[in-house]
Write a protein that binds this ligand. Sequence first.
Ligand code: KG4
Ligand code: ZN
Length: 343
Amino acid sequence: MPLILAIESSCDETAVAILRGEPGRPAEVLASEIASQIDLHRAYGGVVPELASRNHSLHLRPLIERALETAGVGIREIDVFGATSGPGLASSLLIGSTAAKALAAATGKPFVAVNHLEGHLLSPFVDRGEIPPHLALVVSGGHTLLLDVAGAGHYRRIGSTRDDAAGEAFDKVAKMLGLPYPGGPEIEQTAAAGNPTAFDFPRSMLKEANFDFSFSGLKTAVLYTLTDRDPDHGTPQPADLPDLCASFQQAVVDVLLAKTLRAAADLGRETVALSGGVSLNAVLRNAFREGCQSSGRQLILAKPQLCTDNAAMIGFAGLHHHFKGHHAPLDTGIDPNLPLALG
Ligand code: KG4
Ligand code: ZN
C-alpha cells in the first residue's frame, strides 16, 4: 500500500502528515504533525505573511523528522510526496511546495500538487476511503463553497460566497467585538452563554433562488447594532457580548444549513458532507445533524482534528491523485488563487 508524505503550508499552520492508503479503503494516518502559528499572529489581529513564511521555514524540517519518527518509517520508504499548491499565501505555499518537490527529487519519487480546497472537501472521508456521491459544504476562513460531488475528482460548483467567507465573517465580527484572533472559536465560546434570538440579524440571500451566500450584510448589521448603542466608539457592552455572539452565530448557521439542505433536495443527494475550519463549530455541527436527520439524509462530518488546516487531508487528496497517476512535474509552481478543478 502506498505511503505519502504531505505538507500543508498555505496559511498560518505548518503541517506534515504521513498516510498509507489504497483506492476505496480507509486511509491510515500514521502521523499528522502541526506547528500552529496562531499565538504569533494573534498580536497583530490576523496573519502577517512575512512572519508566516519565515516560521514555515523554521518548523518544517523538525516536523518532517517528527512525522517520520511517529510513523516509524524512513524517508526512502515514502512512495509519493505531496504539498498544497494553492490557494493561499504565495510566500507560505512556496515553502511547503518547494520542500516536497526537493524531497521527491532527492529520493526519485513522484510529486503530487494538491488544491487546499480539495483537501478540505475530501477530509470527511479520510477514515472511510470511499467517496460517495454527495453534496458538500466547505466552510473555511477563505472559502464558502457548495459543491455537488460525483466522486473523487468530479466536482461541480453549486454556490459560493459573494463577499466574505463564513470564517472571515466570524473573524471580522470577533475583531469588532474586541475578541482575539481567530474569531471563530472565541465567538463560539462567548455565544455559549448567550441567547441566539436576542438580536434579529439578517439571513442574507436565504430566499433567493440560488445557492450563493453573502455575509457582509450580517457583519454590517452587527456593526450598526454596536454604533447605535455607542455612536463614538461602537464598543460592545460587556453584558451584550454573549447575546451578540449567539445571534450572529445563529444567523450564519441558519443560512448555511437552509441553503445546503435545499441544494441537496434539488439535486437529489442523500448524503451531505461538511468540512473546513468553521465546521468545527458545535452549533453548526448540531444544526446539520438535526437538519439532515429530519430530512432523511446521511451527514458525514470531518473529524475535529481534520477541520482546521492540517496535512492529513492534503495527504488523503494527494493519494487520490497518486492512485490515478496524476503526478505533477517538479517545475510545478504554486498559485495563490488556484481554482478547484471542476468536471
Ligand atoms: O480551514 P481553516 O483552518 O483555514 C482556511 O482554510 O481558511 O479555517 C479557519 C477559519 C477561521 O476563520 C476560524 O475563525 C474558523 O475557521 N473557525 C471557526 C471555529 N474554529 C475555527 N469558526 C466558527 N466556529 C469555530 N469553532
Ligand atoms: Zn483551510
